[in-house]
Each structure stands twice: as C-alpha cells, then as structure tokens.
Write a protein that binds this ligand. Structure first.
Ligand code: COA
Length: 199
C-alpha cells in the first residue's frame, strides 16, 4: 500500500448512474496487451481515487502499471481485458498470492470494471475466464483479498464464481478518513488440495 495521506477524506465520484451505457453488447474477453494499459490505468485510477476496493491511495501512472504488467507476464500469470465496441471496459488478472515459494500454486486475483458497466455480468465473465485459465496453468487455489466488507459487488461476484468466505480482517486499512476491513475469499482450482501436483 502507498503511504497514508493524513488529510484524505471521502472523494466524490464524478461518474453517476447517468453514465450507464444504455445498450451494451456482449463483451469480448481476450488476453491483455501493453496497448490496453492506458485504459486499464484509467480504470484503476478511478478505483483508487473514489473506491475502497483497493487500499492504494495514489493512482499508479502508466509507467508503473506497465512495470506491474511486465512482472506478471514474466511470472507467467494471466491477464484479461473485456472489450466492448473496441474499448477496454474492464480487466482481471492473477498474480502471486505471496512471494515465498511454497505458495507457488496459489494466486491472488484482481478484477476492475469501468463504473458505467457494473452489474451486467461482465465481472462474472472476466472471472470465469481467469479461473479457467489459471486451472489450465496448473494453479490450485485462488484468493480474493477484497477491500471493504461493504463491497457487495466484489463479494457477490466472487460468491457467484464459487469462492467461499474465509474471514474478515477488521479495520486494517485507513482510507477516506475511515477504517476499512479486508474480506478474504478463496476458491479451489482444478483438483485443489485433493492431489499433489508435480512441480
Ligand atoms: C466487483 C466488480 C468487478 C463486479 O463486476 P460486475 O460486472 O459489476 O458484477 P456482475 O454483474 O458480474 O455480478 C455477478 C454477481 O455478483 C453479485 N453482485 C454484483 N454486483 C452486486 C452489487 N452491487 N450488490 C450485490 N450483489 C452484486 C450478484 O450476485 C451478481 O449476479 P446476478 O447479477 O446474477 O445477481 C465490479 O462491480 C467492480 O469493478 N467494482 C469496483 C472494483 C472492485 O470492487 N473490484 C474488486 C476488487 S477485489
């Protein structure tokens, strides 16, 4: 997490329900490329500035998002975007849960959409594709660390994707002048913990 900004208080989200796209076609889900990163950076910037799903306080710029993307690609992790009418409206990726090597079969996921596109099944579709790809790549557990126990959208999409509630870390984040919980959810991938994979 970035450093705390002592005076940071709740920001007003400039996106309102008036932004909701009236007729959205079914999104294409495909692997992300570096050309998608400006849009991804913009989507994440909004989540950092106005949301509590992420505990980052300062939006990372394109250079930092590119650095993070390359680290994931070099590590062999999947990264998807959802496209509607040629534009990136959301993304989901998996990365290492923790760096110590015994965690190598466990991934942590992230999923973010443009606010105007929420609650249309796109987060679910992105997550389904990410889960399938992680299973293909041999990962055995996926963990969601959800910022804010009031994040009904994230808890809802993970539940619909088969994640189970593990527990809540109360008041571990401070953003917009208030304490925030993290909610831990987890889903087995493939054979999960029932068999031991070959390295
Ligand atoms: C979380 C997020 C990715 C969910 O994506 P989405 O496309 O809005 O969710 P979906 O439409 O696929 O919803 C899937 C299920 O989740 C649940 N759900 C989604 N949004 C919900 C909400 N606001 N309240 C309650 N349940 C919700 C529902 O069960 C829904 O299934 P249903 O529509 O059949 O009832 C999206 O809301 C988002 O980008 N939020 C901000 C960033 C964020 O919180 N990211 C997660 C970080 S861990």
């Amino acid at each position: 997490m970035e450093g705390l900004i002592p005076g940071m208080t709740e920001s007003v989200d400039p996106c309102s329900s008036a932004d909701i796209l009236p007729h959205m076609s079914v999104p294409e889900i495909r692997f992300a490329t570096e050309a998608d990163l400006p849009a991804i950076t913009e989507i994440y910037e909004h989540a950092v500035r106005y949301g509590t799903a992420t505990f980052e306080l300062i939006p990372p710029d394109l250079a930092e998002m590119t650095r993070r993307f390359r680290v994931l690609m070099d590590g062999g992790f999947p990264y998807f975007v959802a496209i509607v009418e040629g534009g990136v409206i959301g993304y989901a990726y998996a990365g290492p849960y923790r760096p110590r090597p015994a965690y190598r079969f466990t991934v942590e996921n992230s999923v973010y959409l443009r606010p105007s596109t929420h609650r249309r099944g796109i987060g679910f579709r992105l997550m389904q594709r990410l889960i399938a790809e992680c299973e293909t790549r041999g990962y055995r557990q996926m963990i969601a660390v959800i910022g804010d126990s009031a994040n009904a959208g994230s808890i809802g999409v993970h539940t619909k994707c088969g994640f189970e509630m593990i527990g809540t870390h109360p008041s571990v984040g401070l953003k917009f002048g208030r304490w925030l919980d993290t909610v831990m959810m987890q889903r087995a991938l493939g054979e999960g913990g029932t068999t031991v994979p070959k390295d």
